[in-house]
Design a protein around this ligand. Structure first.
Ligand code: HNI
Length: 141
């Protein structure tokens, strides 16, 4: 999957705010995704979303779940099989949304890394996220 050290390098440069920012962007840029987070309180405008502690905590959970994929690049599909079933059967999340989250995460990563997010790094990083997105959709029936 490209030069894997590029992915581990990106991962090592991310801070605790990465997940919260990525999920907040999903909810702001694609407001229809708010439907899954009815228990999260006020999501009525960008400032509320960016300041919402539940969004931040859940963003950390979501991006934290990528650690296993980074650690096991050859087993991405197996790693996310259970999460795929959960999002399909229990959470009823439309799998198209995984791609939206991946894209927002890439944008946050680009902002954080700046010039270090070279095209080569981007290519490998997006290939990794794409594998995760496919894995998360793989148990939908
Ligand atoms: Ni997702 C719960 C991982 C994308 C909606 N999600 C989780 C949990 C993990 C997780 C981990 C916690 C599971 C548990 O409680 O056992 N989610 C991921 C990953 C991605 C992702 C790795 C993509 C990279 N989830 C999304 C997207 C949406 C989404 C794009 C909706 C737009 N997820 C949810 C919802 C929950 C959830 C809703 C339950 C939240 C709660 O606390 O009630």
């Amino acid at each position: 999957m490209g030069d894997w050290s590029d992915v581990t390098a990106v991962w090592g440069k991310l801070d605790a705010d990465t997940g919260p920012q990525a999920l907040a962007r999903v909810l702001i840029v694609y407001p229809w995704t708010q439907r899954y987070f009815g228990t999260f309180g006020d999501l009525s405008n960008a400032a509320s979303i960016l300041g919402n502690a539940k969004v931040a905590a859940h963003g950390s959970t979501v991006v934290g779940a990528l650690a296993k994929g980074v650690a096991n690049p050859d087993a991405v599909k197996a790693t996310y099989a259970e999460l795929s079933k959960l999002h399909c059967n229990k959470l009823h999340v439309d799998p198209d949304n995984f791609r939206l989250l991946a894209d927002c995460l890439t944008i946050v990563v680009a902002l954080k890394l700046g010039a270090a997010f070279t095209p080569k790094v981007q290519a490998t990083w997006q290939k990794f996220l794409s594998a995760v997105v496919i894995a998360l959709g793989s148990q939908y029936v």
